[in-house]
Design a protein around this ligand. Structure first.
Ligand SMILES: [Zn+2]
Length: 466
């Protein structure tokens, strides 16, 4: 080859590389936000919309912002690889767990298949975060007993983006852990998970509950309580010592805890990395003292001194959006699941309303500080909990829930105290949301076209880059 033709060949290869890089850059989205309402199936979302007076009976769907123009909507399947609680070593999909409309809707009267084949939050978060299905109990850990990499936040960090996870429950709980850089064979290894999240160099924002110095109502506990959710007692002492000193950090995180400290993060310049542990024992509000958990209007008021999910979301975004390459953020309404496990209709609606308010806060940020060209927003659930159906659904399976108008509890009942394998809602808007159409794996007679949670992960991974 002559020098000239060699140079032309080199130029051609160079042009091809530039074209590839441009294609990759086009696929990448600056900001990617995934919001997960834990344990919140279609009827939890719909009942909440009815309670809020945001229900269009003629269309059989809500008038919530995510049911409006510009959004794509699908069902999402959530089944795990295996319902084993330990790695089986096989790494193969248990075929009976795969969502199948005939099994889901066919077993009238018993909800049989749905109640025996469900995922837990750990396997579901792992699937959403890594695109790999695993056993129930695994935090980014495979059925072959190995770590699964990369997670979505590890991917974001490799792409030069900032990364965060925030929740209404303990910040090292299954869902934030699954979206983090933690890799653990058992979700209950909270202390180890918390320390991986703090020490991994991947997360820039971590926020949630689980404060050892406060009870579930947000009152000082008197005596320091469980420290495993914050990495153990010695770690917690160091975190609190740093919080007490202006500008001090723990492993690079500026610790915050009071509502005023969260509020101070919303406007203006923010620290580059923040660890927020709200002053409450477990969840921000769901585990507070009970009065009437069947109706929000008659229940114990929420403690106004605690942050809610919309405040945390605004604070987290203001920290993360300083990165010129953008960010990935997972926002979890973690306690919808807790209310559903406890069969608390009123508290479920309160938790889902908090989640919807956080969605609205995120949208406001997109539309005022960013744009839908620069941001992908995905809303979904990790699984359904409680088999919520209509008032007669114990005798007549899949009896529809009943709208009683704004401010009135809709008619529904629980048919389970745990998870189910039902499809869950999936909504998305912004750059890359159209790619979910390529991931449709089936059509459900009730919910329409659906995507698997690993398909959601693939679209999110492509948007994050790397
Ligand atoms: Zn659960």
């Amino acid at each position: 080859m002559s020098e000239a033709s060699r140079r032309i060949a080199a130029l051609a290869i160079g042009a091809a590389i530039v074209a590839m890089a441009q294609a990759l850059a086009l696929a990448e989205t600056k900001n990617v936000i995934v919001m997960v309402a834990d344990g919140s199936g279609f009827n939890a979302w719909n009942a909440t919309s009815m309670y809020q007076g945001r229900w269009d009976a003629s269309r059989g769907k809500s008038t919530q912002v995510y049911d409006g123009p510009g959004w794509v909507a699908y069902g999402c399947s959530t089944f795990p690889l295996t319902t084993s609680k330990k790695p089986t070593g096989k790494g193969t999909q248990d075929a009976d767990l795969v969502y199948a409309p005939g099994k889901a809707w066919g077993d009238i009267g018993a909800y049989g298949w749905l109640t025996k084949t469900y995922t837990d939050s750990a396997a579901a978060a792992t699937a959403l975060s890594t695109g790999t299905k695993t056993y129930n109990n695994a935090i980014n850990w495979s059925d072959r007993n190995e770590p699964i990499t990369p997670t979505v936040t590890e991917r974001a960090k490799a792409a030069g983006k900032a990364a965060g996870v925030i929740t209404t429950v303990q910040w090292c709980h299954a869902t934030p852990a699954g979206f983090s850089n933690a890799h653990e064979s058992e979700r209950d290894n909270y202390e180890a998970i918390a320390n991986q999240m703090l020490g991994g160099g991947v997360l820039d924002v971590i926020m949630g509950g689980g404060n050892p110095d406060f009870d579930n109502d947000g009152r000082p506990a008197g005596k320091r309580r469980e420290c495993k959710y914050v990495g153990g007692e010695a770690v917690w002492k160091e975190i609190e010592a740093a919080r007490g000193k202006a500008g001090a950090t723990y492993k690079g995180f500026r610790p915050v805890s009071t509502k005023a400290e969260f509020e101070a993060l919303v406007p203006g310049p923010a620290p580059s990395r923040v660890l927020g542990t709200a002053q409450v024992g477990t969840t921000l509000r769901q585990a507070r003292a009970k009065k009437d958990t069947n109706d929000p209007a008659r229940d114990t008021p929420v403690n106004p001194d605690l942050p809610d999910l919309p405040l945390m979301a605004r604070a987290a975004i203001n920290v993360l959006d300083d990165n010129p390459r953008g960010f990935f953020l997972m926002i979890e309404g973690g306690a919808v699941d807790w209310a559903n496990h406890s069969n608390q209709p009123g508290r479920m609606i309160q938790e889902q309303m908090d989640f919807v308010a956080a969605v609205e806060a995120v949208i406001k940020w997109v539309e005022t500080k960013s744009s839908w060209k620069d941001t992908l927003l995905v809303l979904t659930a990790d699984h359904e909990t409680g088999l919520i159906w209509g008032p007669k659904s114990d005798a007549k399976a899949f009896d529809p829930i009943v709208d009683h108008g704004k401010g009135a509890m809709p008619g529904f009942r629980y048919n389970s105290k745990t998870h189910s394998n039902s499809l869950v809602p999936l909504f998305a808007k912004g750059a890359g949301s159209e790619r979910l159409a390529d991931k449709v794996v089936g059509k459900d007679p009730v919910r329409g076209p659906y995507v698997d949670n690993t398909g959601v992960s693939a679209v999110v991974a492509e948007a994050v880059g790397k």
